[in-house]
Design a protein around this ligand. Structure first.
Ligand code: PHE
Length: 488
């Protein structure tokens, strides 16, 4: 059965035309005459949609067509141009060359190969003599047949010799073309094709006409053009994947500030005010604003000051802690979040940008992203930490991890995380982690709690997962736009 509302405009037109004529001798020429794409209509017919409405017999035809070599000769069989001149009685080589220009030698060569002509030197002139006038006439005939084929016509019966010669020379070939003869059955003739509306316009809606007209239903199987649409970059895809992993693990996402005070980036994390990481070689200090206000919490400030001065020597100043910087890690967000939560337990993560004054090369930039995480609970241990990290990296396809002792001013113990990368058969450094020290937790209101925390490199993960070698493929104006992942 024909699914009438589903018919395309062209199919509808085709049927309407068939309703006006009982037979179609050649579907191919019918299509050509009425502006249908033969292949499209052919597909419609072969799909069986018209079974019971139209009967069809296959009547494929063979036709002569030009080969690529035939296309190349520019509409003329090599040799014919000279043959025509010679048949007019012109013999002088200079004159012939003047007529034919560049084509003279190619034409002469063609006729010479058939021993139809020769070149006779007579002192200061040269003459082309005709040895076989019959061959010249053959060429003229061959050209006529060739031209007819080039124009899509079919040569008549007398063309047997020219055809076989043209075929032997590789200028033409036979091609089979599918064609059908159609007989229209009564079922089609009596078919009622009402017009369907394919576009719902605002006029139809405003006038209320949409209720009367027949709307063409959507066909979700219809082929649609391949539109190159916008899509997330590798890094954005990675961020989304990682965000989903943590959200599924029950973490809340936290955010912080790109421009941060040294206090939240360093001082609450007990990085001494004379620590090398705080120097301009490592950290970007802002000229504008130069400082940011410290939290309005005298108790917190005095505890931090006291611990710094008691344990790390030297004088701790608010001036140094107020300096505005581009945050050097997202642990500043963690510190802020802990302070804000005032001793409550929870699990938080962030995937955010950080800045370090680094020498830029193919694997280092002055800005990158960290995957920060913190779990606050009771009696959390190194095992807890390793468990979270193992689970997380496994979700991304990194099944083998190694942990190495490391040092951070604010965690103890501290663990460096390495992941096995099969293609290079190496363990690569992917992150840093640890248990926050009591010294840090106490002033933030977490004296009775324990925490595990980490800061992992996003770009490293993206490079491994998507097989990217240069950071510039991930960030900046030259990012790669093919999004193949090699991760399992
Ligand atoms: N902030 C650390 C870094 O930038 C990572 C880290 C976060 C380590 C939390 C321990 C705990 O390398």
């Amino acid at each position: 059965m024909l699914d009438l509302p589903q018919l395309t405009g062209k199919q509808r037109q085709f049927i309407q035309l068939l309703q006006q004529q009982p037979t179609v001798d050649s579907l191919r020429s019918h299509c050509a005459r009425h502006g249908f794409d033969f292949n499209f209509i052919n597909g419609f017919l072969l799909s069986g949609a018209l079974d019971g409405y139209v009967e069809w017999q296959e009547q494929s035809t063979e036709a002569w067509v030009l080969t690529p070599k035939g296309e190349e000769v520019g509409g003329q069989v090599p040799g014919v141009a000279l043959a025509e001149q010679l048949l007019q009685g012109i013999r002088d080589r200079v004159t012939l060359q003047g007529q034919l220009g560049d084509r003279f030698s190619q034409n002469y060569g063609a006729l010479r190969r058939e021993q139809a002509v020769d070149l006779i030197d007579e002192g200061n002139t040269a003459l082309v003599t005709v040895l076989k006038p019959g061959v010249l006439k053959d060429y003229v005939q061959r050209q006529q047949v060739f031209a007819a084929i080039a124009q899509g016509g079919s040569p008549d019966d007398q063309a047997a010799e020219p055809l076989s010669w043209l075929q032997q020379q590789g200028y033409i070939t036979r091609r089979v073309e599918a064609d059908y003869r159609l007989t229209v059955l009564p079922a089609l003739q009596t078919l009622e094709l009402s017009d369907v509306v394919t576009t719902l316009t605002s006029e139809l809606i405003l006038s209320g006409q949409w209720q009367q007209v027949q709307l063409k239903p959507y066909d979700i199987h219809d082929a649609v053009p391949d539109v190159p649409y916008g899509r997330p970059t590798i890094l954005t895809q990675c961020i989304q994947r990682i965000r989903d992993i943590f959200l599924n693990m029950g973490f809340d996402e936290m955010s912080g500030y790109l421009v941060e005070s040294a206090f939240w980036n360093f001082d609450v994390l007990f990085t001494p005010q004379d620590h090398p990481a705080r120097e301009v070689q490592d950290t970007f200090y802002l000229a504008q604003p130069q400082t940011l206000p410290l939290p309005n919490d005298a108790n917190l400030i005095s505890q931090v000051k006291q611990i710094h001065e008691a344990n790390y020597g030297g004088q701790w100043t608010e001036a140094e802690a107020s300096r505005a910087i581009l945050r050097a890690h997202t642990t500043s967000s963690t510190a802020r979040r802990l302070y804000q939560m005032q001793g409550q337990t929870g699990k938080y993560f962030s995937i955010d940008r950080v800045f370090r004054n680094e020498t830029v090369d193919r694997t280092h930039l002055a800005e990158f992203h960290q995957i920060e995480g913190v779990v606050v609970g009771e009696l959390l241990s190194v095992r807890t930490l390793m468990g979270y990290l193992t689970y997380f990296y496994e979700r991304l396809g990194f099944k083998q991890l190694k942990f190495k002792p490391a040092y951070n001013p604010y965690t103890e113990p501290s663990l460096e995380v390495l992941a096995y990368h099969a293609p290079s058969d190496r363990y690569l450094e992917v992150g840093n982690s640890g248990l926050f020290r009591q010294e840090m937790l106490q002033p933030l209101g977490y004296g009775d709690k324990s925490t595990v925390a980490w800061g992992l490199g996003l770009e490293r993960i993206a490079m491994l997962l998507y097989d990217v070698e240069k950071l510039s493929d991930l960030i900046g104006p030259d990012i790669r736009l093919d999004h193949k992942t090699t991760a399992s």
